[in-house]
Design a protein around this ligand. Structure first.
Ligand SMILES: *[C@@H]1O[C@H](CO)[C@@H](O)[C@H](O)[C@H]1NC(C)=O
Ligand SMILES: *[C@@H]1O[C@H](CO)[C@@H](O)[C@H](O)[C@H]1NC(C)=O
Length: 275
């Protein structure tokens, strides 16, 4: 018994010695000057690393252009997105609270397209690129929400949601310098046997050339991208069933059928309206 206590005592004193040894003046196995050297070494070492990092970062930033991204491997292949920002649109047309968020979302998205605000922009000639390569101050082509007619939210403030024929806005992501060839337009189909009637605004789902090219956030402030509204003309039989709808950009050189990228030039979403 006494033997055990002695051993425990010995252990404790060697532990204490390890923390601070009064005979050699060592602290955790090293003298103060040894610790100071180690500390100094790491200070210099990390200081050097931080310096290297800052220098390389600075050199790299010198080579970047402020206005255009350097690596644009997909310059001609924008993705599609829809508004309201949901790929699963489900609501009961008799219940305002269920579609309220969709309507609010469309309303806030179209705020930039307000006719009054757009009066300040240029009414560009249709069908040709609005090239401004040599112009310092890039102008913006007008896109008034009123061209979306029944889907503009002006006459029908519920965008067709209350009558069960909802509007979906299809927009193409902005790509700097993109000049789509041909006549790009949005075309949607329901994935089922019988076709679903739809109405497009502007007519034929056209994405007019005058909205291209885009010069980037800093040079081309207040730019508004063209949008196409699709009104789904649902029938009585279409309610309470889930519809899968695919919209694609067609009629141009823009890609729309990449197996790996589901959003490249197309978008697939589901709609279920109940009554
Ligand atoms: C948006 O347009 C409407 C009429 O077109 C106008 O009454 C309203 O004041 C405009 N809102 C803004 C923020 O410009
Ligand atoms: C939709 O809402 C109406 C009114 O509140 C209700 O009578 C109807 O049963 C609802 N439909 C579904 C499928 O929930």
């Amino acid at each position: 018994m006494a033997n055990k206590e002695e051993k425990a005592d010995e252990k404790q004193s060697s532990w204490k010695d390890f923390i601070y040894n009064p005979r050699t003046g060592e602290f955790i196995g090293r003298t103060a000057s040894s610790w100071a050297l180690i500390f100094l070494f790491y200070l210099v070492f990390y200081g050097f690393l931080a310096g290297m990092f800052t220098l390389t970062m600075w050199v790299m930033l010198q080579t970047l252009d402020e206005h255009t991204p350097r690596y644009r491997d997909r310059v001609a292949n924008p993705g599609l997105m829809i508004r309201p920002k949901s790929l699963d649109i489900k609501y009961n047309r008799s219940s305002f609270s269920e579609y309220k968020n969709y309507v609010q979302h469309l309303e806030s998205f179209l705020y930039m397209y307000n006719d009054t605000l757009q009066e300040a922009n240029v009414p560009c000639p249709d069908g040709i690129y609005y090239d401004q390569d040599d112009v310092e101050e890039k102008k913006v082509c007008q896109f008034k929400r009123s061209v979306l007619r029944q889907c503009s939210g002006l006459a029908d403030t519920s965008f067709g949601y209350s009558e069960g024929q909802p509007c979906i806005l299809v927009k193409m992501n902005r790509v700097i310098g993109l000049r789509p060839r041909g006549d790009p337009h949005i075309s949607c189909t329901a994935k089922r046997e019988t076709p679903l009637q739809m109405q497009y605004f502007p007519a034929e789902g056209k994405l007019d050339k005058s909205y291209f090219p885009y010069y980037g956030k800093t040079l081309h402030a207040n730019y508004v991208q063209p949008v196409v509204a699709v009104k789904l003309l649902l029938n009585e039989e279409d309610y309470n069933t889930e519809l899968t709808i695919e919209c694609k950009v067609e009629g141009s050189d823009l890609l729309n059928s990449d197996d790996r990228d589901k959003f490249l030039g197309r978008v697939i979403f589901r709609v279920k309206v109940s009554k």
